[in-house]
Ligand binder design. Structure first.
Ligand code: ZN
Length: 599
């Protein structure tokens, strides 16, 4: 059992009042989960960790204010009895107990109640990471407040998020040895990955619309990044896995020679879904994906084999995780020349992972709401981190991230403009020209119509297309805390523009209709921006591209490329499948993998 690091003992426990007159409230509770999955063990014992999640009075299931475990198996048409919440779980006069802490591996593996509790806990942990990073509440995209989670949904080596079913579905499948079942719900990373799909969908609904391999790849890559960095941010796990399997793996000090970038890229820490990968491939220790091992090359995104979403997403994962390793290794070099203190090295690795994860999540607010390219995400990430952590001197995260984005061809190696940092978004050209007098910023923080008035008044400056249908999708005030405790208040607005045309009308707008597309085919073009206001209500950034812009070739090319891709992919054939897009992608990913390793 890996104990929770003592310094992370919940502030709630310390604050717990002793007087009977007041009602104690513990804002968080600790829950035991598998640190990675049941295949990652040390001396025959599955590695576990305790995670801190929001505390609440749970109903059977568990069912909480944002997540509801419904244990229905569609393959056998069986409802499993929901986890019974005993009274002491919700008692208010003591810290909530962790009911699975003292059970054996065998008890955990065979207990549907533990499975239910583990998925609930990881979904809530991932949600709370997003809410902390964003500095506000995050909603699910389907409109309801409670996502349904089916931990044993069907018999198949797959797991997916389905918006139309308001839920997350985890499959199970027989192991190669035929003796046991593999449960995808027991893989920490698989659960975090699927939850991220759902959260990202709540933040940027149009990213699931067909657009480009990079946009679909982003959903996959971003979900992998959140999954990998989430497990990496458990310091106790890093301390165990940093040199697991090496003879000195027991000692207090780690040999410097065992923490080279090559060895870390191969370590259990950076392979995604080890058990699923090993069972599907039949190779022990074979992770489902190990993107960090991609050789740096700047032409992946233009090469044909990287047009498949998982492959494309791996390029992003490789850049971010290599930057994380780079920052960590430099910190370790600063700590000692010969041997390294295991605890200290792990603390740094986990801390850097946590910070890297926070900035990756925050970047979503600075991404355009439609037709996302990986370069947009990279620029968003560098910009929001510059806003929140202008100094960045302890870790030098941004220079490393920029370097790896360039190595993988996500960003171009361009010099920064005077007073700016390389790779960041440009602020508006003439900020002094914005008209603010006819709108009230206080109302703009919550009222979409007030905000639309601001857009309309400033339509020329914002380069809005006046023929398009313009819609304000969201207005979100947020308060975020930087690495040094610096607090940033902003309001993030998403607006989209939409134009429907016939294919034969595209040419006049400078857009090329796909070859062979009949002239009477209806096509819808999208554009849209993220508009960021500072705490005084002034525009800081307007990030995105117009739906149509006869003066800008880049806009016309982007629209032409998108249509060509959709036409090739059959998106206009009218045979849209009812299957969840994530299910299709995941099935394809798993099957390709299967074919590749089984021949
Ligand atoms: Zn996925």
């Amino acid at each position: 059992m890996i104990k929770s690091p003592s310094k992370r003992v919940s502030a709630a426990k310390k604050r717990a009042p002793t007087s009977k007159a007041t009602i104690p409230f513990y804002p968080t509770r600790w829950v035991t989960v598998f640190a990675m999955d049941p295949s990652v063990a040390d001396k025959g014992k599955i590695l576990r960790t305790q995670i801190e999640i929001p505390n609440e009075a749970l109903d059977d299931g568990p069912r909480g204010y944002r997540a509801h475990v419904v244990d229905y198996d569609s393959t056998t048409d069986t409802f499993y009895r929901p986890l019974k919440i005993v009274r002491k779980w919700n008692r208010e006069d003591q810290a909530p107990p962790d009911p699975f802490e003292h059970l054996t591996d065998r008890q955990l593996l065979t207990s549907p109640a533990f499975h239910a509790c583990m998925v609930y806990a990881i979904v809530m942990k991932t949600l709370s990471r997003f809410e902390y990073a964003m500095g506000r509440r995050i909603c699910w995209s389907f409109g309801g407040h409670q996502i349904q989670i089916a931990p044993h949904a069907f018999c198949d080596a797959n797991a997916f998020y389905a918006k139309e079913a308001h839920g997350l579905f985890f499959g199970y499948f027989p192991a190669l040895d035929g003796k046991k079942q593999i449960f995808t719900c027991l893989s920490h990373e698989v659960v975090a990955h699927e939850t991220t799909h759902a959260l990202l969908d709540g933040l940027r609904e149009l990213y699931t619309e067909p657009s480009s391999p990079q946009q679909a790849g982003f959903h996959e890559g971003f979900s992998d990044i959140v999954a990998l960095l989430s497990t990496f941010s458990a310091q106790s796990l890093v301390a165990r896995l940093i040199d697991l399997g090496l003879p000195q793996g027991e000692k207090i000090d780690i040999k410097r020679s065992s923490v080279t970038p090559e060895k870390l890229r191969n370590s259990a820490l950076l392979g995604l879904a080890a058990q699923m990968g090993a069972e599907i491939s039949g190779v022990r220790g074979q992770a489902l994906r190990r993107s960090v091992q991609l050789e740096p090359r700047n032409d992946y995104l233009s090469s044909p084999e990287y047009q498949e979403p998982h492959a494309c997403g791996e390029v992003l994962v490789a850049a971010v995780i290599n930057a994380h390793l780079d920052v960590w290794i430099r910190r370790m070099e600063a700590l000692g020349r010969s041997n390294l203190n295991r605890q200290r090295a792990a603390e740094e690795g986990a801390e850097i992972a946590e910070r890297m994860l926070t900035v990756c999540i925050r970047a979503i607010d600075y991404c355009p709401p439609t037709d996302l390219q990986l370069s947009d995400f990279a620029r968003a990430l560098l910009t929001i981190d510059m806003e929140l952590n202008p100094m960045d001197d302890k870790y030098s995260m941004r220079p490393r991230l920029f370097e790896w984005f360039v190595k993988f061809g996500i960003l171009e190696d361009q010099k920064a403009q005077e007073g700016r940092e390389a790779g960041t978004w440009d602020p508006p050209e003439s900020p002094e020209l914005f008209l603010y007098d006819r709108t009230h910023f206080e109302s703009m923080k919550s009222d979409k119509d007030e905000l639309f008035r601001f857009l309309w008044e400033n339509r020329k400056l914002l380069k809005l297309n006046e023929d398009a249908d313009t819609r304000v999708c969201s207005v979100r005030p947020c308060v975020r805390t930087g690495r040094d405790g610096f607090i940033l208040r902003e309001t993030v607005v998403e607006y989209v523009q939409q134009v429907t045309l016939l294919a034969r009308e595209l040419g006049r707008r400078g857009i090329q209709a796909p070859e062979g597309m009949p002239g009477n085919t209806e096509v819808t073009l999208y554009g849209g921006n993220a508009l960021i206001f500072d705490e005084y209500g002034h525009v800081k950034y307007n990030i995105g591209t117009s739906v149509l812009d006869p003066a800008r070739e880049s806009v016309q090319k982007k629209q032409s490329d998108r249509l060509a891709y959709l036409w090739r992919a059959g998106a206009f054939s009218g045979q849209s499948s009812a299957m969840s897009p994530f299910r299709q992608i995941h099935l394809r990913g798993a099957m390709d993998w299967y074919r590749a390793v089984r021949g």
